[in-house]
Design a protein around this ligand. Sequence first.
Ligand code: GUN
Length: 733
Amino acid sequence: MVPKNVDDPKPCREQDLGKFEVIHRDGIAKLGRLHTAHGPLHTPALLPVINPNIRTIEPRELWDNWGIEGLITNSYIIWKHEKLSVPAQKLGVHKLLDFPGVIVCDSGTFQSYIYGDVEVGVEEIIEFQKSIGVDVATMLDVFGRPDMTRQQMMEAVETTIERAEPSINAAEGMMLNGPIQGGLEWDLRQRSAQQMSKYDFAIHPIGGIVPIMEQHRYLELTKIMLASIPHLPASRPVHLFGCGHPMLFPMAVALGADLFDSAAYALFAKDDRLLLPWGTVKLENLEYWPLLTPSLHGWTPSQVRDLGKEERTALLARFNMDVTVAELNRCRQAVKDGTIWELTEMRSHQHPALREAYQWLITAPSENFGFHNDDGLVLSESDASREHGSEYGIWEGAWEWVIDSTSQQRDGGVSWLGPESHERPWVEVARRLLHSRWRTSTQSEEVLILHGRSGPWRDRIGNIVCRIKAKMPDLEVLIQTPFGLLPWSLEDVNPFAHVEGPSWLHRRRPDLRWCANELSRLGLSGKKIILFDMATADMKETLKEALPSLTLDADTDELVVFELEREQAISKLSLFANIHAEVCRNALTGCQFIHSRTRRVKNILLQDGRHIASPRLTDGGLSLTEVGAKWAHNLRTAPVPAGFECQRIEENVSQGPPWVVIEDDAVPFIRDGRNVFHGFITAVDAWLRPGASCLIVNSKGELIAHGISKAAPKEMAELKKGIAVRTRDGIKV
Ligand code: GUN
């Protein structure tokens, strides 16, 4: 049995009311916490819709049995019915509904969309919500229907923006929803997000999407999210108004949605339909349960069909709630595990419209992979803007926002589920780091490409590579991985080194055009390619065919081993500390290495014995030490950053680890080794990203500490609570 959620929640600290903090992230998908007077609301969260007149499941039962921390009800319905409004004003909405957690209230906009107009005023509905004690109220926005003309849509957006200020004033500090409208007009969605952000809303719901979801127009739903969310403050959760089908959760979470509301669990139950993570089924067609949840234990489909209407609806609503909560939990776990894009990719196969949306998402907005026409041909930039018109610029920026939010380093392997797996944001980030920051040190006109086996390559062929390098020190050795060519010096770096896929994926013979393209991205254009198949039974024979003039020594040369280790240190410092390879090469002249018992490099020491960094076994990354942070800080020539601009990492190559400038008041705490919290940061470098090693400095640029960033520049500017940098070492004066 699941322990019941019986205790009533504790109100947040006064100073935290309305603040949203990110506890864990996977790109823009996040596990967050919204602080309210009725306890924390952990996101992504499902707010079940409660119609105060018809309670399919009692709110208290939602709290007790499903751990539901927040629900959404409708203030317009309460306001309209005296039998509800009188007790609500007397006892408060929490007592009316018998729910101890967070109560969000909608405003009547949806009723005006369904029935035409509502007779309540803009301020009136806010004041009413305040009078019944809701935690988060909603202003009266104008629902932008997809069939509106552009002119009508513009008016809907502008009227909603005009109502923002009087609504905020009437709220007098109560947390308020500021909905984003704009229908399918992408620039209006963008404008709506930009303008509504200027007011002090607690949450931004994306509105006007119910008819779009009802018609399974998921590609358009995706575009609405990408046109709006990048322009909203990172410090406020995003709610998808009316989105409660579990099938949509993974992609919506991956694109930054934090809150969902569901009437679907009750509406579908009333209609004898079951919600599933892969779609919807009718009870009448079922001989077997597609999923067995606690609510269905002891029942067969035919027994449930024989029940009376009310009892059947109650049972199916509980099943729908089980499935919805479970899928949201699956998304939460995926964010924790760093696999939300993997889950999104998997779930996209459940419905043709989701497939269409996902395929568009991973190809069209990404400049790197270009726009496609209907035949799947990649278009040039000018052809793309001709074919896609004004959409082109919007999506390119939106995809960069996804990439910028993605952590640069992480543990664990990657499941290869098909060619689309190459387009996952993390894979793209890793490729960008490699292609922009890695530099060859070799001059040879030839490169050797190892192929045919999955990693760990060091164990499989490290000894032979070492003996080849003894004879041909100037030969660049690379490995064919499913995600691209990888220099030998980075052979254990994730995600390249840990791809779980079918064996043919690792065994396939390199395509020479693909190799040439990869080589040019690595700055090795025009080199002659020599292939070496690691999967052959007789490696010596294969090597003779690949490099006929080469005779290998029987033993490895310690000097060559040292050179390979040094090259590895240089490559990793370039990649992960953003220091120019030549600078590293000079600094590591005569360096020393401390090895583990398994002969792996544990510590990297400069010639004078200073320990600057340690390679990490878990992800192939590199951890700077306190001494290393000081060393990297001294190399810096760029000025102290002055704002929160975000630029592509390709634009700031070799500038060193990014700096985070903290308020001078916070300096003593950070020197002491405490983490840096949001709200104490005054500027960051434009190449700061989550997961990156960073240097923490004061306003004069003096080094205070170093650590691992948890956010990108936009989030550093906007978030007000939570850890911004996990400090590794404070630097004492
Ligand atoms: N419920 C579903 N869609 C909407 C919307 O666009 N605005 C409001 N206020 N509520 C909604």
